[in-house]
Design a protein around this ligand. Structure first.
Ligand SMILES: *[C@@H]1O[C@H](CO)[C@@H](O)[C@H](O)[C@H]1NC(C)=O
Ligand SMILES: *[C@@H]1O[C@H](CO)[C@@H](O)[C@H](O)[C@H]1NC(C)=O
Length: 196
């Protein structure tokens, strides 16, 4: 079972989710776990932002010692930019444990590049369902503070069209709702965009 995807950035297009999921997830491995006290997400399809809100809130409620969520702001069109923290004793009164390494995943910066988004939703569910059942995951959550931002561009995701691996004309969904390409908007010593 391979869970951690080495190169999410290569998984750029809309693909049939079952194909992507079959490759990275062992479905049998999750059988039965959907009865656990989680949102029991459907691994075969993309979740819209309303469903993501519900999934995250339910997961936090079901796993209060393991999962904490906050929004790091709202998108241009008012969708939540969720950051989900998963680690043991996430609710400890001291806040985070000193020296515990932190790891951050951010997906879906180009809104129409959606596989990373779906994988982050799966990863949240996978981590909570496997904690205490799988030694590797238990150890991971005991020693690492994991932050997951499933979609940093939910407006682009909403605008994109499912079922096409090529971008739509005009790259609909790639940029945010202000027309900014978030993945070309980092400080860059080479000023690549500015020179074009
Ligand atoms: C999100 O998905 C739910 C469930 O399929 C659906 O009822 C709702 O209309 C969708 N929302 C949008 C904005 O598409
Ligand atoms: C979690 O880490 C602590 C400190 O390293 C260790 O004492 C404890 O046995 C670990 N628990 C699990 C379940 O791995």
């Amino acid at each position: 079972m391979t869970l951690i995807v080495p190169s999410l950035s290569l998984l750029l297009c809309h693909v049939t989710l079952s194909t992507a999921a079959d490759y990275y997830f062992d479905f049998d491995d999750l059988t039965g776990l959907e009865d656990a006290d989680s949102a029991g997400i459907d691994l075969q399809r993309y979740y819209n932002s309303t469903e993501l809100d519900a999934f995250i809130l339910k997961t936090v409620k079901s796993y209060p010692h393991l999962v904490r969520a906050e929004t790091i702001g709202k998108s241009v069109q008012g969708r939540n930019l969720w950051a989900v923290e998963i680690t043991h004793d996430v609710d400890s009164p001291d806040g985070r444990t000193l020296m515990k390494p932190m790891f951050k995943y951010v997906a879906n910066m180009h809104g129409d590049e959606t596989v990373g988004y779906a994988l982050m939703v799966f990863l949240i569910q996978y981590l909570v369902l496997k904690d205490g059942k799988d030694d590797r995951i238990t150890q991971l959550l005991n020693s690492t503070d994991i932050y997951i931002v499933p979609s940093i561009n939910p407006d682009g995701f909403a605008a994109a069209k499912e079922g096409k691996c090529d971008s739509l004309d005009g790259y609909v969904g790639r940029k945010n709702a202000h027309g900014v390409d978030l993945n070309r908007n980092f400080p860059d010593q080479f000023e690549y965009e500015a020179k074009k």
